[in-house]
Ligand binder design. Structure first.
Ligand code: BYC
Length: 324
C-alpha cells in the first residue's frame, strides 16, 4: 500500500513539474493536458466571468439600437452588439473545454455565484454614452485582452486573439462617435463631456482592485493566466487615453490627471473603492435590471433548447441503427 501511495505521489509531483516547466517555457496548456485542479478552477472562474461580461454587456448598448440617430450608426451599433454576443459564445465554448457545461455557467450567473464586469451595471443615459462605451469600455477591455492573448491556457489565448481584432473596431467607432459629438454643437459637446465624466471611473474599475488587494493576481501571474497586473494595465489605459481626451478638446474627468515626468506616467486620483464593492456585490444602479433581463431572455429561449433536445433524441436512434 505504502509503495502504491509513494508511486502516485511521485507521479503527481512529476506531472506538476512537467506542467510548471511548460508554463516556464511559454508553451500553452491544452484541454487534454494534465493541470492542477486549482489552475482549472481559477480559469473557469475568470473565463466564465469574462463570457458573462460579454453577454450582459450587450444590454446597455442594445438599449440604443432603435434610437440610433442614422442608418449608418444603427448598422455599426447592431454589428457591434452582435459581436459581443459572439464573443460570449466563443468564450463559453472555450470554458467548456475545462469540464463545465454552459448551463452550469449560466446557472452560476443567474444565482449570483459568478460575477460579470462591474461596468455593465451602469446605465446608458444618452446617445453620447454609446460613444463613451466604445471608446472607454472597449478601450479598457482591449488593454486587458491584448495582455490575455499571451495567457497560458491555449483555448483562452486563441479566443483573445480573435476577439481583439473585433474590439479594435469597437473602440474606433466609439472614439469616432465621441469626436463628432465633441466637435459638434455646444449641446453635443456637453453630452460628450457628461458621458466621459460618468464612464471614466467605472472604466478604471474594470481592471479590478489594486494589486495589493487582488485575491487572485499572485497565483494567476505565477501560472501566467494573467500576464500583467491590475494596476499596470490600468496605468497603461490611463496613459493611452489622456492624450485622446486632449484631442477631443474635453475637460479631464479627474482633476488629478497630471503627467509625472519622473515616473513617465500620468498620475491620477483615487478610485471610489466603496462604490466598486457595492457594484460587484449586486448593489450597482442596474444590477437587478441586468440579471432580470438575462433570466427573462433565457426563459423565453427555452423552446429553442427544447427543440435541440428533441432533434438530438430523434437523431440518436438513427445513429444507433447506422452503427448496427
Ligand atoms: N467587475 O483578485 P481579483 C467587453 C472581482 S467585456 C466585476 O483582482 P482577477 C465588452 C474578481 O472577479 C470584457 N468583478 O480578480 C462587452 C474577484 O471576484 P471572484 C470584460 C471584478 O480575476 C460588451 C474579485 O473581484 N473583460 O469588453 O485576478 C460591450 C477580486 O479581484 C472586477 C474581462 O472580463 C470588475 N471590474 O482580476 C462592451 C477580462 N474586478 O471571482 C465591451 C477578463 C475584479 O473571486 N478578466 N472583480 O468572486 C480579468 O482580466 C480579471 O478577471 C480581472 C480581475 C482583471 C477583471
Amino acid at each position: 500500500m505504502t509503495q502504491t501511495h509513494d508511486n502516485s505521489t511521485d507521479n503527481l509531483e512529476q506531472k506538476l513539474a512537467e506542467f510548471e516547466q511548460k508554463i516556464a517555457d511559454e508553451q500553452k496548456i491544452e484541454p487534454s493536458d494534465w493541470m492542477p485542479e486549482a489552475y482549472r478552477k481559477n480559469l473557469i472562474r475568470q473565463m466564465s466571468q469574462h463570457a458573462h461580461s460579454e453577454v450582459i454587456g450587450m444590454q446597455p448598448e442594445g438599449n440604443w439600437i432603435t434610437r440610433s440617430p442614422s442608418l449608418r450608426r444603427k448598422a455599426i451599433l447592431l454589428a457591434k452588439v452582435q459581436d459581443e454576443g459572439g464573443h460570449g459564445l466563443y468564450l463559453y465554448s472555450a470554458t467548456e473545454t475545462l469540464g463545465i457545461t454552459r448551463s452550469e455557467m449560466i446557472e452560476a450567473l443567474q444565482t449570483r455565484q459568478a460575477k460579470y464586469a462591474s461596468i455593465f451595471n451602469y446605465p446608458t443615459l444618452s446617445w453620447a454614452d454609446i460613444g463613451a462605451v466604445g471608446w472607454l469600455v472597449d478601450g479598457a477591455a482591449i488593454v486587458n485582452q491584448i495582455s490575455l492573448q499571451r495567457t497560458s491556457y491555449g483555448p483562452y489565448s486563441r479566443a483573445m486573439i480573435r476577439i481583439c481584432k473585433e474590439e479594435s473596431f469597437h473602440q474606433r467607432q466609439g472614439y469616432e462617435l465621441m469626436y463628432e459629438m465633441a466637435k459638434g454643437s455646444a449641446e453635443q459637446k456637453q453630452m460628450a463631456q457628461d458621458a466621459l465624466n460618468r464612464f471614466w471611473w467605472p472604466s478604471l474599475m474594470m481592471f479590478g482592485p489594486h494589486d495589493t488587494d487582488s485575491a487572485h493576481s499572485a497565483q494567476s501571474m505565477k501560472w501566467k493566466i494573467k500576464r500583467e497586473t491590475n494596476d499596470d494595465l490600468r496605468q497603461k489605459f490611463i496613459d493611452q487615453t489622456v492624450p485622446q481626451i486632449e484631442v477631443l478638446g474635453l475637460e479631464m474627468p479627474d482633476p488629478e490627471l497630471k503627467w509625472n515626468e519622473e515616473r513617465g506616467h500620468y498620475d491620477s486620483g483615487e478610485i471610489d473603492w466603496e462604490e466598486f464593492k457595492q457594484v460587484i456585490n449586486g448593489n450597482g444602479p442596474c444590477n437587478h435590471q441586468r440579471l432580470k433581463h438575462h433570466i427573462k431572455a433565457h426563459e423565453d429561449g427555452e423552446w429553442v433548447r427544447e427543440a435541440v433536445r428533441a432533434y438530438r433524441a430523434k437523431q440518436k436512434p438513427q445513429a444507433d441503427n447506422q452503427v448496427a
